[in-house]
Each structure stands twice: as structure tokens, then as C-alpha cells.
Ligand binder design. Structure first.
Ligand code: ADP
Ligand code: MG
Length: 273
């Protein structure tokens, strides 16, 4: 009921810096199960505005579910998440104490871009049309403004000459660069990448990582699930190692990747490095 919600939110507000603005992400004690399988177990993370976080860990450790939770594609069973100072929900022991309305969640989601392994471009639209679709439909931008910004973004990802091409006419690396430009077209405060280079031929990985590296300098908060350890070392402020639904270890790249404290982190890195 409304009284409980208001008190709950006020209490959270007093006891945490949850409401940090400018694209900060706060994750407090979140848990998520699918049936009997606990996929996220009491995850605690604080990502400052403008930070670049790399999440590494074995397959099935909960990395995608964590990203999906940040983007409100999953409702967590416990804990809370806030993005850019906006609390989305608060659940305790499965009881929802506070929750944004569905339409407000949709609105929030436009502040959070997501780039998937499989590009997910609209196949029947040209590159330019892919980029102006959401700004004009969701944000109510004028077509003129949306096109101008789309052209700027295509220049940034090195694809100015592909505006009129269809996705199928592009290489995987080019499609992924378009997908990144499309996510940027909504001017997100937070951009989530879920293994953005895993579906690419090895020779196309570099061009996508270069675009993300460039973004890392622009002040957008980035969260990148990746198996590219060298890339994580180079661009991330913080590396998070997950296994079995737990954050095992988190710290600066040099510390986590060169001198991990936890034996599980060491075992994982020994396999992938
Ligand atoms: P990762 O991205 O680290 O590989 P995921 O977050 O995709 O891990 O998945 C974590 C675990 O949760 C896996 O065991 C996966 O099979 C399971 N899982 C993910 N999504 C669902 C779902 N919608 N229903 C049931 N199980 C799921
Ligand atoms: Mg995954």
C-alpha cells in the first residue's frame, strides 16, 4: 500500500547514496531465482556516473540476468536498483514494497541503452531508419533532428557511407557498430553491453571494441559483459568477477586481473588468459 511504499522509499533515501544522479547505478542486495535456481544472490554494486565496469565470469554465472535487471527486463525477488537517481522497485523476501508503474518503467528504459551479442537491428529498415526509429517514435523528436543526430552518430562509429544500406548488406562488425549508434540515438545515461563481440569473427572484434573505447571517454556510464580480458584491462575502471550468482571479487583491472585475491577468480583467469 501507498503508506508502506512512501516510508520504505524515505528510509532508503536516508540510509544510502542511492539517489546519486548523472547516470550512476546502485544495486543493493538483489536476488533473483528462476524456479529453484538462484541466479543472482545478494548482489551489491555501486557504479559511479561515468564509470566503465567490465563484468567477467563463466557462462551461467548470472551476468546477463544482472544486466537485464538493471534494464528492468527482469523483476528481482529481493533488493533494489536505482539508475540515475531513480528507484525502480524495492522487494523484500519476495514482497514488492515499492514499484514504478509499467509506463514509468518504459520511460526509464529509454535512459538505458542495451547492446546485445546478436545486434538485433530491424532488418527491414535502413541503417538511418534504424537510428531514427526510437527517437521519433518514443521520444517525439522531429525527423529532421533525429536524422541530423543519426548522421553525427554514424560518423562517430565510422559508418557515414552506410546510412542507406540494409543490415544484411553489412558485416557483423558494421552491424554491431550500427547497433551501438542506435543505442546512443536515445542519448542514454547508461549503456549496457552483453558480450558485444562474442558473435563476431575474430578480425571484426577490434573495430567494435574501438568504438566502445571511444565511448568510454564520453562520460556515459558503461557496463560491459565481456570475455575480452585485454579489453577489460584497458578500458574498465572496475572489473567485477561473477560466479554462481555471486559477485566474487571486484576491483581495479590491475588488481583483479593480475593479482586476484579469490581462488575462484584465479581459477577462471587461468582458463581464459
Ligand atoms: P550468463 O550471462 O553469466 O551466462 P545468465 O544470466 O544468462 O548467465 O544465466 C544464469 C542462469 O540462469 C543460467 O543457469 C541460465 O540457464 C538461467 N536462466 C537465465 N534466464 C532464465 C530464464 N528466463 N528462465 C530460466 N532460467 C534462466
Ligand atoms: Mg550471458
Amino acid at each position: 500500500n501507498a503508506g508502506t511504499s512512501t516510508r520504505t522509499v524515505a528510509a532508503i533515501r536516508r540510509t544510502t547514496d542511492l539517489y546519486a544522479k548523472g547516470g550512476a547505478v546502485r544495486i543493493h542486495g538483489i536476488s533473483k531465482s528462476f524456479g529453484a535456481l538462484k541466479v543472482l544472490d545478494n548482489i551489491e554494486l555501486s557504479l559511479p556516473a561515468g564509470s566503465v565496469t567490465a563484468i567477467i565470469g563463466p557462462s551461467g554465472s548470472g551476468k546477463s540476468t544482472l544486466l537485464r535487471s538493471i534494464n528492468h527486463l527482469e523483476r528481482v525477488d529481493g533488493g533494489f536498483i536505482s539508475v540515475d537517481g531513480e528507484l525502480v522497485g524495492y522487494t523484500q523476501k519476495g514482497e514488492v514494497l515499492y514499484e514504478l508503474k509499467e509506463k514509468d518503467i518504459l520511460k526509464r528504459r529509454t535512459d538505458i541503452g542495451m547492446v546485445f551479442q546478436s545486434f538485433n537491428l530491424f532488418p527491414h529498415l535502413t541503417v538511418l531508419e534504424n537510428l531514427i526509429e526510437a527517437p521519433t517514435q518514443v521520444r517525439g523528436a522531429s525527423k529532421e533532428d533525429a536524422i541530423a543526430f543519426a548522421q553525427e552518430l554514424l560518423a562517430r562509429v565510422g559508418l557515414s557511407d552506410k546510412a542507406d544500406a540494409y543490415p544484411r548488406q553489412l558485416s557483423g562488425g558494421q552491424q554491431q557498430r550500427v547497433a551501438i549508434a542506435r543505442a546512443l540515438a536515445l542519448r542514454p545515461k547508461v549503456l549496457l553491453f552483453d558480450e558485444p563481440t562474442s558473435a563476431l569473427d575474430p578480425e571484426l572484434v577490434g573495430e567494435v571494441l574501438d568504438v566502445i573505447k571511444e565511448l568510454a571517454r564520453t562520460g556515459t556510464t558503461l557496463v560491459i559483459v565481456t570475455h575480452e580480458i585485454g579489453f577489460a584491462r584497458e578500458v574498465a575502471d572496475t572489473v567485477v568477477f561473477m560466479e554462481g550468482g555471486h559477485v566474487i571479487e571486484t576491483g581495479a583491472p590491475a588488481q583483479i586481473l593480475n593479482d586476484p585475491r579469490h581462488p575462484r577468480t584465479r581459477a577462471f583467469l587461468a582458463k581464459v588468459l
